[in-house]
Structure formats: C-alpha cells, structure tokens
Design a protein around this ligand. Structure first.
Ligand code: AMP
Ligand code: MG
Length: 490
C-alpha cells in the first residue's frame, strides 16, 4: 500500500485521551464515491483512492503505514442531560495528515465497527445516514460554511440491523480535528484539571496559535472558540441549515459543522422548524440555534474555569465577559449576511427592521427560504419577474409591501441592477440539499441505484450556479413529497 504521510499528534497525548482500536474488516467492500477534489487537497492521488488499494484504505480493510487507529474519549450534554462518557462509539480516527496548504486534517472512518466507547451500539452505520452526511457536508462546503468533509463512502457488503436490515456503509470523514466541547467535559467531569490543561494546550497549538501570544492564553482560547461558533451559527442561519442535535459532544472546537445526523435545510421559512425525530420539545429548532450554541459554549467555559483564574469567582467573571461576546458577533455576522442576501451594499439605519419585517412576512406566508432570495435577485428589474416572488406568498399584498420596502432601500444605494443581481446570486444558492431529494437518493441507493446520488452530488457541487438541466432541483417539495421527520445517523 502507498505510504501516506501521517503525522499524528492526538495519539501522542496521554493514554486516557483515547483507546487504540482497529477497524472491523468489511465483508466485501465496494466503493460508492470518492471525492476527487478533496483527495487532491489532501495530497492523495485521486486515481489511487478510487482503485483497489484506495478501497482497502477507505473501507478500513487495510491500515496504511503511519496510521495509528484510535477512538477518542469524550463526554457531553445530550438534550441538556450530562453523560460523563460517550466517546467515538462508531468512529475510528486513522490519523492526521498535513494537507497541500499546510493544514492539519484528521482522517476518520465512521461506521467501521465497535470500539471501547460503543456502549450498547454496534459501531456500524447504515447506508442512508452515510449518504446524507456525504451530500450535506459537501453541500455545506460548497456553500462556504465551515464543515467536516467527506472523502469517500463505501458499502461494507454486510447488513446493519435498525428498524429493518439495511446495507452497512463507511464514511471517511475529514476534519480540522474531532475535538468537541464534550472532550473538555470528559476531563472536567473527572476533576482531571491536568487533562483539561493538556487538551487546551493541544487545541491552542493546533487551532488557535495566536492565543499562545495573548496575556491570558486560555481566555484568548475561549474567546476564539466563541467567535468561531458565533460566525458558524450565523452562516447556518443564512443558508437555512438546521443541525438537529446540537449536543455539546456535537460542537467542534475548531468551529466546523460536525456530526450530521438528522440535519435538514429549511424549505418554508419558520424559526420553529424541527425535523429531528428525537427532538420532541424543539430544543434544537432552527430559530433556537444561536441560543443553544451559547448554552453549549457556557458548558465549555465551565470546564476552563480552573485555567482562567485561581479564584473561582474571578474565573466566572472572566468567562461571563467572554460569553457575552457571542451575541454581538453573531448579530453582526448575521446582519451583514442578510444585507448581502438582499443585495444591499452596507448596513444603514433601518436595515435591522427591514430584515426583521421581511423575515416575519416570509414566516406568515410560508415562503420558501431559498427560492425567495434567488427569485428576488431576478426581481431587481421589476417586470415580469416580480410575479415570481409574489407567487411564493399566500397573501400577495404582503409580497408587494416587502418588495416595495426592499426597492426603496435598494434605491438608496444607487447601484446598477446587474451588479446587484450578480452579488445576490453569489450568496443566495439556487440549490440546497433539500430533504425530499435526499430521501429519494437514499431510497434509490438502498435498491442499488446510485444514479440519483451522483446527480445530486453534481447539482450541489456548484450551488450558486443555476443550470437549466437541474431546474427541478430548485423547487421545494410538493405536499406529498414533504419530509416531516429526519432520523439520527445511527
Ligand atoms: P451522535 O448521535 O453521533 O452524536 O452520537 C452520540 C454517541 O453515541 C456517540 O458517542 C456515538 O459514538 C455513539 N453512537 C451512535 N451510534 C452508535 C452506534 N451505532 N454504535 C456505537 N455507538 C454509537
Ligand atoms: Mg456525535
């Protein structure tokens, strides 16, 4: 097997950070997909990856030299309840690679068998969740949202038992790291202050080296993580992404979107939207995401208290100041993003109200979030395109009001319509991974037909570039196609 240049740092941390474990050998693996662009970024030969040796690697059948497979330990608050030990129960970190741009990237197998952290789980992944994660994570990357990536997917050749027997699959996930808020909680819950400090130092060196130069490096670390999350959640809100399970074990310290389970994109705009079948109280509803992210970050801050100051009250005061930075950073990023979505140059007085009123009208009228902004750019020149915006509203007079206010504000900028339109089309996607499309892809794939998966991959690879052949992918689900619940990636 080709030698891959692994350079593992997490496996050098103390033994209590992880367990060494080999992937299960897949029965008869077959390749579903390799991500050629990402392979190139990582310095892999895409041809090799798509070939026989590549399949051995991505299915976990052969451990490449230099790889030191481990399952990492973490804890986490799940739906608000603390679980002191979770850990990689169905994922195995193969190691770290320095990519072509000098960035350290984790290469992990997801669905490759049991680990010491599997508890009652089988350590396996079904085909559906693997395809969902592949499509949605790559769509997020193409939308410009920080995210873990998908390098490859394969079928194991075996079955996994869920409500019914389903084809087993393995995803190769690539991440800046797999360190979570829950990783800090794992050590803090054991009063292992030394562990928290070692982890914090690792994270500073790896993700936030500028914090090392600050007067108070751990305070700077917390600030950097808070800022990264505030920016990330703003980006989710701007594309209509609902994570679905924002437990602290699913929040990446590096600020990437991680752990795509019952995630989904909004069709009709409504902040109360919940898809996840396990989220019965709407804790992780679309509109709650900023608040929940801050809640998760408060749990992180708690783990860092011993590092922030010797005196606990002083440490709490420091943490509170830093956590208070979340909301303004989020609002600025979200506000500026909305301004760009509306084709406006920069923020002026009254824009906050303009955005608020626009979203409220969209909510009342169950307007499709993605289609609205895309059609709005066509309506920069009023006739005849304005009608296409109006027809998205239940009450067209509300559309007229919203359009009127927007036009009046556009006029203040005094820009040429061509420039407005191209700017809008560069931030408002034509294509998002709509739920009903993903469901259709999964159903076909379970029958052995991967053509819909391939086509959706192609559509989502260039989300801002409307192509006539793919026009049908822009439209929201019809009444009978609407997906009401998504299920966890287990
Ligand atoms: P997640 O739903 O990905 O946030 O997973 C929550 C926890 O459950 C993590 O510790 C996972 O490793 C574990 N887990 C989820 N599914 C399985 C499975 N099929 N086998 C073993 N562990 C699992
Ligand atoms: Mg998880």
């Amino acid at each position: 097997m080709t030698t891959l240049d692994f350079d593992n740092t997490y496996a050098r941390l103390p033994d209590r950070f992880f367990a060494r474990v080999d992937p299960a050998i897949a029965d008869a693996p077959t390749l579903i997909a390799v991500n050629g662009d990402l392979a190139g970024e990582l310095g892999f030969d895409p041809g090799w990856l798509a070939g026989a040796e590549g399949l051995d690697f991505v299915s976990g059948r052969v451990i490449a030299s230099g790889s030191e497979p481990i399952a990492t330990a973490y804890a986490g608050h799940q739906f608000g309840n603390f679980v002191p030990q979770l850990g990689d129960g169905r994922a195995i970190l193969l190691g770290e690679i320095i990519d072509r741009q000098g960035r350290r990237r984790d290469i992990q197998l997801k669905g490759s068998g049991r680990t010491p952290f599997s508890r009652r789980g089988d350590g396996l992944a079904a085909l559906g969740p693997v395809l969902r994660e592949y499509l949605v994570s790559e769509a997020m990357a193409a939308l410009g949202v920080p995210t873990t990536r998908s390098l490859a997917a394969s079928l194991t050749g075996g079955k996994v038992q869920r409500e019914r027997a389903l084809p087993g699959a393995v995803l190769v996930r690539v991440a800046a790291s797999h360190i979570r808020v829950g990783t800090f909680q794992f050590f803090a819950a054991r009063q292992d202050n030394e562990g928290v400090r070692i982890l914090a130092d690792h994270v500073i060196a790896r993700h936030y080296p500028e914090a090392a130069e600050a007067d108070q490096p751990y305070r700077a670390l917390l600030r950097a993580i808070v800022a990264a999350q505030a920016d990330l959640i703003a980006r989710w809100m701007l594309v209509g992404f609902i994570h679905g399970v924002m437990n602290t074990d699913n929040m990446s310290i590096a600020g990437e979107t991680i752990d795509y389970g019952p995630c989904a994109f909004l069709d009709a705009y409504d902040p109360a939207t919940v898809f996840s079948s396990i989220d019965q109280h709407g804790r992780y509803a679309f509109g709650n995401q900023p608040r929940i992210a801050l809640w998760d970050l408060a749990r992180l801050a708690e783990t860092l208290l011993p590092l922030l100051a010797d005196d606990t009250d002083e440490a709490i005061a420091i943490a509170e100041v830093v956590l208070a930075e979340f909301q303004p950073i989020f609002e600025k990023a979200h506000g500026e993003g909305m301004i760009r979505k509306l084709g406006l140059l920069d923020r002026r007085d009254g824009d906050v109200e303009l955005v608020r009123d626009m979203l409220a009208a969209m909510q009342r009228n169950r307007v499709d979030f993605t289609l609205f902004f895309r059609r709005l750019s066509d309506a920069v020149e009023p006739a005849p395109h304005e009608e296409r915006v109006r027809e998205l509203f239940i009450d067209p007079t509300e559309a007229d009001q919203a359009l009127g206010a927007w036009r009046a504000r556009l006029a203040q900028d005094g820009r040429a319509s061509g420039a407005i339109k191209s700017g809008m089309d560069s931030v408002n996607p034509a294509y998002i991974p709509r739920n009903h499309r993903i469901e259709a892809v999964i159903q076909a794939a379970e029958q052995g037909d991967f053509a819909p998966f391939e086509e959706l991959r192609e559509v989502l690879a260039r989300p801002f570039d409307a192509r006539v052949a793919f026009a049908a992918y822009e439209t929201p689900p019809g009444e009978h196609e609407r997906v009401r619940a998504t299920f966890c990636g287990t």
